[in-house]
Design a protein around this ligand. Sequence first.
Ligand code: ARG
Length: 400
Amino acid sequence: MTKRVVLAYSGGLDTSVAIGWIAEQTGAEVIAVAVDVGQGGEDLRVIRERALACGAADAEVVDARAEFASEFCMPALKANALYMDRYPLVSALSRPLIVRHLARVAHERGARLVSHGCTGKGNDQVRFEVGLGALAPEVTVMAPVRDSGMTRDKSIAFAEEKGLPIDVTARSPYSIDQNVWGRSIETGHLEDIWNAPWEDVYSYTADPAVQRDPDELVVSFADGVPVAVDGRQMSALEIITELNRRAGAQGVGRLDMVEDRLVGIKSREVYEAPGAIALITAHQDLESVCVERDLARFKRTAEQRWAELVYDGLWFSPLKSALDAFINDASRHVTGDIRLRLHAGRAVVTGRRSPVSLYDHALATYDTGDVFDQSLAKGFLELWGLPSRVAALRDARAGG
Ligand code: ARG
């Protein structure tokens, strides 16, 4: 049987060169797989043609935007997933989806080798290889950029020597990864962490400092996921796209941070995730109305763990799957509307309503109609404070 390698293909220089490189090194035929997660840019057909022109035996292009939105972004939203309390896991979410398609194609084509173009310094290699280990444990992974000296200079030389149809000069000073959930920007002047990001790093968001009128909208949720904007029912993908546009126009969702990578490096990262940040803000607020106090407290711990697992490449792991079950159960009554005001780089909640709200006006009010029996508070506080009182008395006796 012909030896086959399935390659995660982006259409860029490194993975285009990897096609010929892998074929030369292994004598195998290369099946390129390009997955559209909403990164924009080139048409999938153009990418497919380029893979074939670079020597791929076959190329598969997959429009996975809807799948990405509903099966990866929506679980992240239910988990209010923010790594280090800030980063909405943009790149970390797309890798397991790409892995799922790589594993599928490897099974369908009987390939025993799968390849990616990651370097050895980042998190993405972890997400590819650990994910593949879970979904296709029989395959061997090849990482030519990391393991067989496929440096940038050599890639350019290889592309020129073979006359590959890639523009080797079309190179941004930044390393960019983008999808419908947001955009990650690294390297260039950002590697000096004292440098402020230049305006040219951004493309999903307008400058929040520019004066403009605010935008107000209502997001409706059902069981923890958004289902409509301003009363119009939409798919998960449509909602994220709409919020990227409207929140992006107000400069919402820019982030500049030094991040702890799994491989031990601290790295400067700039992100823009207007839709994700607006939706998480709305979702957290609706939870504060609909989720009971202890469940909400525990969920925050689960959310942090969930984000760390996904960041660390453990999307397909037993703990992640068990936490999903918990988060889904905890999301059962997260239903209702949130009014959001988008302005000057911020998404601010200005109103909330829910048919399954736990907010009880009669209990909360200080006006007439109050049904809260304040006389019960006195005894409750006696008992609530009893352990600390007993301990304090003991300390006093012991001469503390
Ligand atoms: N630091 C982020 C992460 O690990 C972004 C990685 C972006 N990847 C890239 N190839 N530029 O999730």
